[in-house]
Design a protein around this ligand. Structure first.
Ligand code: GLU
Length: 420
């Protein structure tokens, strides 16, 4: 889905340079932050079920650890590149900083189409990837989590491999695990839930009633399904959803609870095989006429200068990481649209990951209600600070979020100094 013209790392550096000039960041610190702290590239040999051996390329990039251990998911996708993982790692640094989490940013990925692998092959791939990362991960070093095409089951294999290697069970090495082995209640729903907390805040500020709000969601994975469910519960009409195969459109509103159950029960089926509703393409979904809110919740680089002018929604809430290119964002803002950046909008996932890690380190687990209340409090506080600053300074929400995050990381770097 990523347009060939958009290099995500260049996009991330461009965003950083813009905020650096706004906050008058020291050139030496800007230079420091442009470069990831550490990059791991691994060849992962996997014995396939037919006895042959295939080599997959895996990455882990740790962008910065000024504020704490690095944190961020890992994805399985055929389009994974080093530059994509670099960008995603940098965005995790800003995301953790803007939410006031005691973490730096990291990201990982393996260039693989997981749908082409059997469960046993996926397990071997995950275990070998985890094993290769052992020198650089750990509850105090770098804590992976789910991302695109990885899930609690992947995290269970990852945690077991690390634990077998160190000789004791170490739940805190990874978050997003199944609840039975140290996962947190509410983690699976957290990213989508957080997107809707933010949606609600935006609607309140604009004086819009959720019952009058029409939404399209691109991406029907972990983020899209839960965002759709919570937005539906809030009273909004979800008129379109899509996945890689295309989307479903119903102007009077989709029956989200039924669609949600279908998606959970059929994890390997695409929406194009859903028997009801008109079918639309991903391109058409982004450009729908009759929507107020667009939630891109799939991959980066889907709103570019090629389609930004065609987007009709007034509010764009970034459920995915990096869905809007800097040029496209300028075009959207020029038309008076509101773009809530990924580092705030989708931060619910990493925030409950933080809760999971804290629970694992203390071996003391919280109730779901407590988790959701804490999540809401943190998200509303971060959003409110970003919204207020953007109004005061007359800057975009992204610039406001980055100004806070980059200043915070820069301050930590200055306090710590350069070693040796
Ligand atoms: N992959 C998610 C993100 O992009 C979650 C990361 C985490 O929980 O550490 O924010």
């Amino acid at each position: 889905m990523l347009s060939t013209k958009v290099n995500p790392y260049e996009m991330a550096v461009k965003q950083l340079e813009e905020v650096a000039s706004f906050i008058k960041l020291k050139p030496s610190i800007l230079e420091y932050l442009k470069h990831p702290k550490r990059e791991f590239i691994i060849s992962i040999p996997v014995r396939m079920d037919d006895g042959s051996v295939k080599i997959f390329t895996g990455y882990r990039v740790q962008h910065n650890f000024a504020l704490g251990p690095t944190k961020g998911g890992f994805r399985y996708h055929p389009d994974v590149t080093l530059d994509e993982v670099r960008a995603l790692a940098m965005w995790m640094t800003w995301k953790c900083a803007v939410m006031d989490l005691p973490y730096g940013g990291a990201k990982g990925g393996v260039k693989v189409d997981p749908k082409q692998l059997s469960d046993n092959e996926l397990e071997r791939l995950t275990r070998r990837y985890a094993f290769e990362l052992i020198p650089i991960i750990g509850p105090e070093k770098d804590i992976p989590a789910p991302d695109v095409n990885t899930n609690p089951r992947t995290m269970a294999w990852f945690m077991d491999t690390y634990s077998m290697s160190v000789g004791y069970t170490s739940p805190g090495v990874v978050t997003g695990k199944p609840i039975e082995i140290g996962g947190s209640k509410g983690r699976v729903e957290a990213t989508g839930k957080g997107v809707v907390f933010i949606l609600n805040e935006v609607l309140n500020r604009l004086g819009m009633n959720p019952q009058d709000v029409r939404i399209a969601i691109q991406g029907f994975g972990n983020v899209g399904t839960h965002a759709a469910f919570d937005a539906y519960k809030l009273g909004c009409k979800i008129v379109a959803v899509s996945d890689v195969s295309g989307g479903l459109y119903e102007p009077s509103g989709l029956d989200i609870p039924t669609l949600f159950d279908w998606a959970i029960q059929n994890p390997n089926k695409h929406l194009s095989s859903y028997p009801e509703y008109s079918k639309i393409t991903n391109k058409d979904l982004l450009e729908l006429e009759d929507i107020d809110v667009l939630i891109p919740a799939a991959l980066e680089g889907v709103i570019t200068e090629n389609n930004a002018d065609n987007i009709k929604a007034k509010i764009i809430i970034e459920g995915a990481n990096g869905p809007t290119t800097p040029d496209a964002e300028k075009m959207l803002l020029g038309k008076g649209k509101i773009v809530v950046p990924d580092v705030v909008a989708n931060a619910g996932g990493v925030t409950v990951s933080y809760f999971e890690w804290v629970q694992d380190l203390q071996s003391f687990f919280w109730e779901e209600e407590e988790i959701n209340n804490k999540l809401k409090k943190i998200m509303v506080k971060a959003f409110d600070r970003v919204w207020t600053y953007s109004k005061e300074q007359n800057i975009s929400l992204r610039m406001a979020a980055y100004a806070y995050a980059v200043s915070k990381v820069a301050r930590a770097l200055e306090l710590r100094g350069i070693f040796p």
